[in-house]
Design a protein around this ligand. Structure first.
Ligand code: HEC
Ligand code: HEC
Length: 219
């Protein structure tokens, strides 16, 4: 991966993707960095913190609202955007370079996600971005699973809807949240990126308890 460490752009303009990547990394420094919002609260409450809420449906809504600190955080939602183009960073700016993920979620021929996103994070010491995020099967979430621009209640109802969630039962949703490797990436996002709050284990337990209390949605 040595070639990625050359940020000048001269050394590795061997293929379109790498040339684009060089431009991405070399130009635009400082542009969006000024816009990055102050760090969100990096903590995540556990299931036990909600035991005092006696009424199950109220507890259920409170559990989902806590779990949504992860779901609506930048590490997840950049890959669940409103359009077919991913966003980047904590300020959710449009992906640089501009990328059309298309129906497949993987990009177009000649410039797919895997031209740049490898099976694991690729560190880029000294660069503006710190690292290129990576994980197996890196691709954009399908259009029916878009979350950006929705309210918490809308995200919640969409998550529960098998017509839009990939035909999943609530048990499948819990399994995805607690074991999926793209979900897991959010807690190991690579240099230059803040991990999702808490841990995947605590997050998975919140989702499990939300389901056990009726999977109620905030309004
Ligand atoms: C690299 C892109 C990427 C990232 C990052 C990502 N997802 Fe996804 N997500 C996907 C893709 C692709 C699918 C569709 C996979 C499938 O249906 O099997 C998906 C599907 C899902 C689903 C199931 C369907 C639904 O109802 O939306 C859930 C739940 C989900 N993601 C949660 C998360 C959470 C929570 C995070 C962050 C902790 C996250 N994702 C981060 C790409 C991503
Ligand atoms: C030309 C190279 C290139 C291609 C092609 C590319 N990306 Fe990226 N992508 C990057 C780089 C570099 C970053 C890191 C930028 C940063 O952190 O500011 C990045 C960051 C991201 C992020 C932001 C992660 C976060 O939480 O901040 C997402 C999401 C993403 N890419 C999704 C995709 C998807 C999905 C595709 C294919 C449809 C794709 N990318 C294609 C280079 C590329």
């Amino acid at each position: 991966m040595r070639r990625f460490q050359e940020v000048s752009g001269v050394a590795f303009a061997a293929c379109a993707a790498e040339a684009l990547l060089a431009v991405t990394l070399a130009v635009g420094s400082g542009l969006a960095d000024d816009k990055i919002q102050p760090p969100a609260d990096g903590t995540l409450k556990g299931v036990a913190d909600f035991q005092s809420i006696g009424e199950p449906s109220a507890r259920s809504r409170a559990l989902f609202t806590e779990a949504a600190k992860v779901i609506t955080g930048p590490r997840c939602i950049n890959c669940h955007p409103a359009t077919r183009s991913p966003t980047q960073g904590d300020d959710r700016h449009p992906h640089r370079p501009p990328i059309q993920a298309g129906e497949s979620g993987m990009g177009v021929a000649g410039l797919n996600c895997h031209s740049c996103h490898r099976f694991k994070n690729t560190s880029l010491p000294g660069s503006r971005v710190g690292s290129i995020p990576g994980a197996e099967h890196w691709l954009l979430a399908p259009a029916s699973m878009a979350w950006q621009g929705l309210t918490l209640g809308e995200i919640c109802r969409q998550l529960k809807d098998p017509a839009r969630n990939g035909g999943r039962s609530l048990a499948d949703i819990h399994k995805h949240m607690s074991t999926d490797h793209l979900v897991a990436w959010a807690w190991q996002p690579g240099a230059g990126r803040r991990p999702a709050p808490g841990t995947q284990e605590v997050f998975g337990a919140l989702i499990e308890a939300w389901i056990a209390t009726g999977a109620e949605c905030p309004s």
